[in-house]
Write a protein that binds this ligand. Structure first.
Ligand code: NAX
Ligand code: ADP
Ligand code: K
Length: 504
């Protein structure tokens, strides 16, 4: 699913209206019917409804929904805020239709003074003040109204977006002036702001309503942001050649695990095998030898000369991919070995965890990273490398520009992990769940992506398939075990089921 900007949404509406053929007002009617249906599915017509409509098309939707709810027998009270004496054309038409239908008995057009109604616990508020057209934070009377609604015990359904939330950049928005919805009914496509954890309290539950915007136009519209869908992943699964042998299924090298963090190396190595690598060699401090050999007998263990830390860069000639960083430590000798390793590696690289923390400690080295490197930071690791960000939007913007500047692949991990490609595109991953917020989950991802690279997937594909597969394995594990008890090892155990599902 593409994520469109508000300007693109307007263009798509226009294209749909010009080509379908459907008139603008009829598209609003279609959207409003879908919104009304979603509301009536959850709330009976015994529920008192209070609708707040703004002056634009979001308000137009709200007025049409008010009429439809009233026709369905809901007792509906409507406030239309027309402070600047200007309504969008479709909003004005829906105001006329609402008055004409005579079903809504309680309709107030607010032009100056506003006496807010009592909002009780059993009341449903429909928030149609502003949607995708909002271009600056709410202030004045609208901000007061939002605070009033948020402070009430009423349930709130937002049309398209919680009013006050800007579709993309909310870095300098005033959080107190954004509606906190229980349910957001968004039209056609998710908005960029929905991808960020700090906006979750405003959105509540999210439902995406299909309003049949022209598919042709959506396909033809270039979007910077995309959310992965299963049908984009299935074609990436490579069929195994019946004559395959371990020598042509990819030889992965993992450099991981210092004293006390050997588990990270084990998790990455197991995940690497489960993701289909033909051979996995793990380079690790001598101390980890026995533990590694016992835990993953399938792996070749190559021992560093040091007992407790990685200090010795490896010749990558014989390997198809390198994954480096899980549990590596950040000591001086390890840091020096890391940069030497990154410089001399002549295969695709995934750098994670301490590899990134080391780069964060020595930011000048970041400029020397080889082109095409994959980095998989969680937000804290990213900030160590790039400085603090005020919010997720700012962090993502920095990741986009860093990926372009370094010609690197930056996979910013989170609920919706965001893969930033060297050409500026961003791909969000929808799989995964909160059960994966547990130590070692990231090491598993590193192992998976390293395996896919070793198997010959290009960087972008390895990241896309890798993050989707990782999240899906986590979802399947959570289905069986529940989120509370999920451990990183369970994600590994469910990689086979995830592969099977995607290969069906
Ligand atoms: N394809 C779609 O997604 C469709 C969208 N429609 C609706 O149209 C909405 C977008 O409509 P509009 O573009 O008219 O935008 P909105 O209705 O979201 O808001 C635009 C109005 O708000 C004003 N405004 C912007 N920022 C403000 C601020 N901070 N304080 C006060 N006023 C502010 C603008 O000057 C304009 O009058 C969507 O959110 C959706 O509800 C539907 O009607 C039909 C199809
Ligand atoms: N709430 C969540 N929803 C979806 N995925 C999650 C969630 N929490 C964690 N994950 C995934 O789990 C992984 C955690 O990685 P990371 O923080 O590096 O863990 P660790 O350092 O312990 O190995 C990431 O791939 C992330 O996307
Ligand atoms: K709204």
């Amino acid at each position: 699913m593409k994520i469109f900007t508000s300007a693109q949404i307007r263009e798509l509406d226009k294209y749909t209206i010009d080509n379908e053929p459907v008139k603008s007002i009829d598209l609003m009617e279609r959207a409003s019917r879908a919104i009304t249906r979603a509301i009536t599915e959850e709330w009976s017509n015994e529920t008192p409804v209070v609708v707040f409509a703004g002056p634009g098309n979001n308000g137009g939707d709200a007025l049409a929904v008010s009429r439809m709810l009233a026709e369905a027998g809901y007792k509906t009270t409507v406030y239309l805020f027309n402070i600047s004496s200007h309504l969008s054309e479709d909003c004005a038409t829906n105001k006329a239709r609402l008055i004409e239908s005579k079903k809504v008995r309680d309709f107030t057009e607010v032009t100056l003074e506003f006496d807010p109604p009592k909002l009780e616990a059993g009341t449903l508020v429909v928030d149609g003040l502003f949607g995708a057209g909002l271009n600056k934070p709410l202030a004045g009377g609208f901000a007061s109204l939002v605070k009033y609604i948020n402070a009430s015990p009423a349930k709130v359904v937002s049309i398209d977006m919680p009013s006050g939330l800007i579709p993309e950049d909310n870095t300098y928005n005033v959080r107190a002036n954004i509606i906190r919805a229980d349910l957001t009914l968004t039209l056609q496509n998710k908005k960029l702001a929905f991808m960020f954890p700090e906006n979750q309290p405003f959105i509540g539950r999210l439902k995406v309503l299909d309003i049949r915007i022209s598919q042709e136009a959506m396909d033809a519209t270039e979007a910077q942001y995309t959310i992965l869908e299963e049908n984009m992943i299935r074609p990436l699964i490579k069929k195994r050649n019946p004559f395959a042998h371990k020598g042509n299924m990819g030889h992965a090298l993992l450099i991981a695990g210092n004293y006390g963090m050997g588990g990270a190396a084990i998790l990455a190595t197991k995940a690497c095998f489960r993701a289909g690598a033909g051979k996995v060699t793990v380079h690790t401090p001598r101390y980890n030898n026995v533990m590694m050999q016992i835990s993953v007998p399938e792996a070749v263990v190559q021992l560093d000369k040091e007992e407790t830390a990685f200090t010795e860069p490896v010749d990558t000639e014989d390997f198809d991919a390198l994954g480096i960083g899980p549990g590596l430590g950040q000591s001086e000798p390890t840091s020096i070995a890391l940069i030497a390793q990154l410089r001399r590696a002549n295969c695709p690289i995934v750098a994670d965890a301490d590899a990134l923390n080391i780069l964060g400690n020595r930011r000048a080295w970041i400029q020397q990273l080889p082109k095409g490197i994959i980095m998989t930071p969680h937000p804290k690791e990213f900030d160590r490398m790039n400085g603090n960000s005020a919010d997720s939007y700012e962090r993502l913007s920095k990741a986009v520009s860093t990926a372009k500047h370094l010609q690197a692949y930056i996979l910013l991990k989170g609920h919706y992990s965001a893969l930033c490609l060297p050409d500026g595109h961003v791909i969000f991953n929808p799989t995964g769940n909160a059960g994966m917020a547990t130590a070692g989950s990231g090491d598993v991802l590193t192992g998976i992506i390293t395996a896919l690279l070793a198997r010959g997937y290009k960087q972008a594909e390895a990241c896309i398939l890798g993050m989707y597969l990782h999240g899906l394995a986590g979802d399947l594990a959570a289905k069986k075990l529940g989120m509370e008890s999920l451990m990183a090892g369970d994600i590994i155990e469910h990689i086979p089921a995830a592969f099977n599902y995607l290969s069906e």
